[in-house]
Write a protein that binds this ligand. Structure first.
Ligand code: NIG
Ligand code: FE
Length: 432
């Protein structure tokens, strides 16, 4: 029997409903489709109805079968949060570097001395597939408890053919066994490994000639990302890698203009990347290029905070018509967090995004940044039944009552997978 769930009497249902299939820009980022005293009906893994309690009663009369009711009074119902930029799979931690950075040592200087990403690369290379899966699983549990139902996950701590594949295989397995959906990105171009430091172009060739074809042949990733940054990959190298990925069906993403202004945003628009990420140093021309493209700006304010840098110019981007999304950037160096709600809080406080804008950025626009907006990111009939109930009387309170976890219930594919801070999912997906 197909399960029928009626979420009723929510203080607010924040639908994020969209007109058409484009991401939200400008003023539309504030149009989040709130229904007061609302209902959502889920049939099987899909959303079957969204509207008022009264209309829901009429709808349910037309439905046959037993209805399980969730009383959502006093709560906000929102789409499951989407995190479109994580480095989920890695081994080892870097708390000593954190202390060094607090004393004033720069993130990029730690990397140049063989620490940073290269330190996580050493631990990840040394780790077994099972260990990576176990570590990733624990992180996914924390994402879920913070209301996230889909994340993107990048490789990039292997930096050899076999270790990149190992990371992507861990992500694939995690997608199979954990309730949170994991969408994979190949990011062999995350750093130049020690063994190629005197010959970075040879590493670029390894990525293009061996890694990308293998990743594509094994269908291990949908996206290809590059850390386009001074001292890491140049704009020219990044273009070559992204175009090679595109030739093998991998959609481009870019870590752009994070530490130094390199023109990464312009490159993202030029190659038709689905997203440009970080953008702390993006130029006005870069913002214009994004505004007139389909590329989503994925902003990572927790990373800026953790690196003690000025955040991205979100207000300017929104005013110029850039489609903005938010993400944790979960990784062991520049953002060791699994809390999208906290990222949303920081986005308000450090970038002056509004409570409505951050919800758009963490749901429908984030879904666009991983090419999933037709399935997730809003509460609309036909979409996946991925929802969160927050313990809050209105959506503003999600940002006002900050740095606490207000997630009450998480529903994934129509089933309650977490409630009251406890994961209650049958941990394997039905397909297993
Ligand atoms: O998105 N900027 C490059 N990559 C990651 C950091 C990875 C790390 O420090 O391990 C980021 O911030
Ligand atoms: Fe990142």
């Amino acid at each position: 029997m197909t399960a029928i769930t009626h979420i009723k009497s929510a203080a607010q249902v924040v639908t994020m409903r969209v007109a058409g299939s484009a991401p939200k820009r400008g003023k539309a980022m504030s149009d989040i489709g709130v229904i007061e005293k609302g209902s959502v009906v889920l049939i099987g893994e899909r959303i079957a109805f969204v509207g008022s309690d009264n209309d829901a009663a009429a709808f349910l009369e037309s439905v046959k079968g037993e209805v399980y009711t969730i009383d959502a009074s006093g709560k906000v119902a929102a789409p499951g949060l989407v995190d479109p930029h994580t480095h989920l799979v890695y081994a080892g931690t870097r708390e000593k570097e954190f202390e060094l950075r607090l004393q004033g040592v720069k993130y990029i200087d730690i990397l140049k001395k063989g620490g940073g990403i290269l330190s996580s690369t050493r631990s990840t290379r040394a780790a077994s597939l099972e260990h990576l899966i176990e570590q990733g699983y624990a992180r996914l549990d924390r994402f879920l408890l913070h209301g996230v139902t889909t994340i993107e996950a990048k490789s990039g701590y292997g930096l050899t053919v076999q270790d990149e594949i190992k990371q992507l295989e861990a992500a694939r397995r995690l997608n199979e066994i954990h309730p949170v959906d994991v969408v994979s990105t190949f990011m062999g171009a995350h750093a130049i490994p020690d063994e190629y430091k005197d010959n970075p172009d040879e590493f670029v060739n390894l990525i293009i000639e061996r890694m990308i074809p293998l990743v594509a042949a094994r269908k291990l990733a949908e996206f290809c990302d590059v850390f386009c940054e001074e001292g890491v990959f140049t704009v020219e190298q990044s273009r070559k890698i992204l175009q090679a990925g595109q030739a093998f069906g991998l959609t481009a993403k870019i870590h752009a203009d994070e530490i130094v202004q390199t023109g990464g945003a312009e490159l993202a628009a030029e190659v038709g990347a689905v997203s440009a990420e970080h953008l702390l140093q993006v130029s006005n021309a870069g913002i214009q290029a994004l505004a007139s493209s389909n590329t989503i700006a994925v902003l990572l304010p927790a990373t800026a905070l953790f690196l003690m840098e000025k955040p991205a110019r979100a207000r300017k981007m929104i005013e110029e018509g850039v489609a903005v999304a938010l993400s944790t950037d979960c990784n062991p160096g520049s953002s060791p967090t699994q809390s999208m709600p906290f990222v949303m809080n920081i986005a308000c406080l450090s970038m002056r995004m509004t409570p409505a804008e951050v919800l758009t950025a963490a749901t429908i626009n984030a879904a666009h940044a991983i090419n999933r907006a037709d399935q997730i990111g809003s509460i609309e009939v036909g979409k996946k039944a991925d929802l969160v109930l927050f313990d809050a009387p209105n959506y503003q309170t999600l940002q006002y009552n900050f740095a606490v976890n207000l997630v009450d219930t998480v529903i994934k594919n129509g089933e309650i997978v977490a409630q009251g801070g406890v994961i209650i999912a049958n941990r394997r997906k039905a397909s297993d």
